[in-house]
Structures are given as C-alpha cells and as structure tokens.
Design a protein around this ligand. Structure first.
Ligand code: G
Ligand code: G
Ligand code: MN
Ligand code: NA
Length: 250
C-alpha cells in the first residue's frame, strides 16, 4: 500500500523517466531504432525495476495514464533523433481495454509530428489473450495509421504460433531466454533458427533481445536474424546519452 501511494505520487511528481536501448540492424550495422523503457527513481528506495511497478500500475488502474505519458514523451523525443530511427514502445493489455488507445496514439503522433512509420508498438501475448473483437480492431486501426506492430517476448507464452496467425506482425522479438542459451543449449539454438526462418516466410522482421556475448551475436548473424538488442551493444541509456550515441553511431 505504501508502494501504491508512492507510485501515484511518483507519477504526478515526475519521478518516472524513460531510458532508451538501441536496436541494431545486422545487415546495415547501424542503429535503426530504440526501445523506450520506463525507469523509476524512488527518493528513498532508489531504482525500482519496471518488472515490479508496471504490474502494480496495471493493478491500480494507473497504467493507462502512465502509458499515455510514455507515448507522448517517447514520440516527442524520437522526433528529435536523426531521420529514419524508430522508437519502440511497450503496451500493456490494460491500454487496449479503455477503447482510447488508437486516439491516444494518433494524438501522440500529431503532437510530436513524428512520422507514424517511425513508431513501433510492442505487444505481448497477454494482449492477444483478451482475444476480443475490439483488440483486433484496435491493432488494425493502428496498422492503418502507419504504425508498426511487434510481437514481444516471442516464444515464451502458451500459443505463440497461433497468435502469429491472428495478426500480420511487422516484427517478431525473440525472447532473451532463448538468446541466453544460444550455442549452449541445442534446443534453444534450433528454436532461434526456426523463428528467424519463420520471420522470413511471414515477411516479419526478426529481432533478438538480450545479446550479451559476441558468440551470441555471431550465431544470430549466421541464422539470418535481422536486428539485435542487448547489453553487448548498449544498455538502456537516458535520453541525453542516447542523443550522443546516435550522433556518433548511426
Ligand atoms: O527495463 P526492463 O528490462 O527491466 O523492463 C522490464 C519489463 O517492463 C519489460 O517486460 C518491459 O516490457 C516492461 N516495460 C518497460 N517499460 C514499459 C512501458 O513503458 N510500458 C509497459 N507497459 N511496460 C514497460
Ligand atoms: O519484455 P521486454 O522485452 O520489453 O523487456 C526488455 C528488458 O530487457 C528491459 O528491462 C531491458 O533492461 C532488458 N534487457 C535489455 N538488454 C538486456 C540484456 O542484454 N540482458 C538482460 N539480461 N536484459 C536485457
Ligand atoms: Mn519490449
Ligand atoms: Na521482450
């Protein structure tokens, strides 16, 4: 309950911030996008990971206003990046419930004057679990705006494949648990190869998350993965630091 009060206060007092993690194209060898990631610096407890406070925000109905703030903030920031660099934003299932998501995205795009093609929305299977007409309609309307839709944490849920059948995702983000075992676990290595192949057949870009070693990078390159993201290339960094990174490496 202390946390709940703290989180409400954090949001109004501006303790929440966004960091950005570069996503690199293996073919072009440059940064093609950045994933926006929420950060909370608590005045007493210090850094609190999103894995702790995002579920809390979802429970107490705060993820909608926070999500709206994230959309506006990230689009405004991305509009100042060099041409062609995209911003990827994580969406919670709750953001699909209110029926306001499409308007909210439209508004973030028009306020920032960001080209819709430079916005990528990441959804997890939990969004598709809702499996209702309204969710699918919202996804198609977002696609019609020119926004890209990515399937996040691919391979960890119960029925990843059936979700790929339900919507033409622009991107598939391979969960980092598979990448972690690349080269060490035969099954994970084979699964990654299969997912990159699947991405090609479906004409979806494949992105591998959580790259921490050069060996993992080389495996992914050999398997034809399109893009990579992970601590080996860059940690998530504050907006100002990202601008410097983009100025020297893009
Ligand atoms: O930054 P980190 O890797 O610790 O993020 C942990 C989790 O928090 C990830 O699953 C990520 O998708 C989620 N997350 C981070 N930022 C946001 C955000 O802006 N909105 C939502 N809904 N989830 C986020
Ligand atoms: O679920 P989602 O993919 O949105 O979560 C992204 C999370 O992954 C962020 O919290 C980010 O900090 C984390 N992350 C990014 N790169 C790496 C990495 O190389 N290794 C690990 N362990 N986590 C990473
Ligand atoms: Mn993500
Ligand atoms: Na992920």
């Amino acid at each position: 309950q202390v946390m709940e009060q703290d989180l409400r206060q954090a949001f109004v007092e501006g303790q929440l911030d966004l960091h950005y993690q570069p996503i690199i194209s293996l073919l072009e060898g440059r940064i093609t996008g950045c994933e926006a990631l929420l950060r909370w610096r608590h005045p007493v407890h210090g850094h609190i990971p999103p894995a702790e406070f995002v579920p809390l925000a979802e429970d107490i109905g705060l993820i909608e206003p926070i999500g709206e703030w994230v959309l506006h903030r990230a689009c405004r920031e991305a509009a100042t990046w060099p041409e062609g660099i995209r911003v990827a934003i994580n969406l919670s299932p709750a953001q699909f419930n209110s029926g306001k998501l499409v308007d909210c995205v439209s508004s973030a795009l028009s306020c920032s004057a960001l080209d819709p093609g430079r916005l990528e929305l990441e959804i997890t299977e939990s969004v598709l679990l809702l499996k209702n007409e309204a969710t699918m309609t919202a996804l198609h309307r977002l696609r019609d705006l020119g926004v890209q839709i990515a399937m996040d944490d691919f391979g960890t849920g119960y029925s990843s494949l059936s979700y790929l059948r339900s919507f033409p995702f622009d991107k598939i983000k391979i969960d980092r648990s598979f990448v972690h075992e690349l080269g060490e676990n035969k099954q994970s290595t084979a699964i990654i190869r299969a997912i990159t192949g699947l991405g090609k057949s479906l004409e979806s870009t494949t992105v591998a998350e959580g790259i921490e070693t050069i060996e993992q990078l080389e495996h992914l390159r050999a398997d034809g993965c399109d893009e990579v993201q992970g601590f080996l290339l860059s940690r998530p960094v504050p907006a100002a630091e990202l601008k410097q990174l983009l100025a020297t490496w893009h």
